[in-house]
Design a protein around this ligand. Structure first.
Ligand code: PLP
Length: 315
């Protein structure tokens, strides 16, 4: 219990999470999809997505309550909410960084959703939490798995709830599951857990949060590293999948090229001991993905640039 309390305090301090928000641990982001569907959905849940993870969230929620409404939007754009009449018991769902293609939901988009909508806003921040200074107050439910931007072993999820989300969980008081949210919150408020938790994962989170820089500093460092990589690839005439800077994540970058070039560069990189991340879904063969996560040292980005330079010099 002491370790749990200390870990939650350190997370709030380093990630600039508002004091009034409640942290709970789960086992994964996928579990958070189900918890939100089971315990926080009263009206419809509107899912704004342009990639595989946002779409999966919509499907998982639909299987549970049948009230999901897919709101796909184009890759280059930010979601437009003007056409939909949302009610205050609805839920708006966004994928902050879409890991499959490197798209991001801009801070302005979340703040305008916040201003124009009275219900709850939920955000999958799996590929950005701990790497980006998130606008916590502009959403009610933030969650992530820790194996992406936190750089920790998989098997732990983090869910961060606004006072309104906590109120909604108690108002609905769904209690059919081991992970029913009101029951989970009851436990975490006492620094207990509803089931034997991933104690090793929580311990590692504690050590990580004790040693990392505050998130504003980390976020700035990653943004600069992303801009440097962007400038580097553009010098070789290569561009990111997403052309609109406003819609591009600084923590996941999908780089686009001709299919034969993408497979050749992956082969070349592997001879240098570098595994380039595959593209995902429709962009599987035409992109490769770079994780600009805090756990990856700058020296590995130098090595990556050396490798890309050697390959692209011949173009
Ligand atoms: C990886 C990922 C998930 C799923 O994470 P699990 O730990 O497998 O549950 C969900 N959403 C996003 C955006 C992801 O990148």
């Amino acid at each position: 219990m002491e370790m749990l309390e200390d870990t939650m305090n350190k997370m709030k301090e380093k990630l600039f999470i508002p004091a009034s928000y409640q942290i709970v641990f789960t086992s994964s982001a996928t579990e958070c999809w189900e918890i939100i569907a089971q315990s926080l959905t009263l009206g419809q849940s509107y899912h704004y997505f342009n990639g595989a993870f946002g779409e999966k969230w919509c499907e998982y929620a639909h299987r549970i309550h049948g009230k999901s409404i897919a709101q796909p939007f184009p890759l280059e754009d930010q979601p437009l909410m003007v056409s939909v009449n949302h009610h205050s018991d609805d839920l708006l769902c966004f994928t902050h960084t879409e890991t499959s293609n490197g798209a991001v939901i801009a801070d302005e988009t979340l703040s305008s959703a916040r201003q124009n909508f009275k219900g709850l806003i939920a955000v999958d921040a799996t590929s950005s939490m701990a790497g980006t200074d998130l606008p916590w107050k502009d959403a009610d439910v933030w969650y992530a798995s820790v194996q992406k931007c936190f750089g920790l072993p998989s098997g732990l999820g983090v869910m961060i709830l606004s006072p309104a989300a906590v109120d909604r969980a108690y108002a609905i008081k769904e209690n059919k599951h081991y992970n029913s949210l009101a029951f989970v919150i009851d436990n975490f408020r006492k620094f207990q857990t509803p089931y034997t938790p991933n104690i090793l994962g929580i311990y590692l989170m504690n050590r990580l949060m004790g040693s990392v820089d505050p998130i504003d500093k980390i976020s700035l460092h990653l943004k600069n590293r992303y801009l440097r990589l962007l400038k580097f690839i553009e010098e070789f005439g290569v561009s990111p999948l997403i052309k609109n800077p406003k819609s591009r994540s600084s923590t996941v970058m999908a780089i686009q090229d001709a299919k034969d070039q993408v497979s050749a560069i992956k082969r070349f990189a592997s001879t240098k001991g570098i595994v380039l991340g595959n593209g995902y879904g429709p962009w599987k063969e035409s992109t490769f993905r770079i994780a600009n996560f805090p756990a990856i040292p700058d020296t590995e980005f130098d090595e990556l640039e050396d490798c890309l330079r050697e390959f692209w010099r011949k173009r």
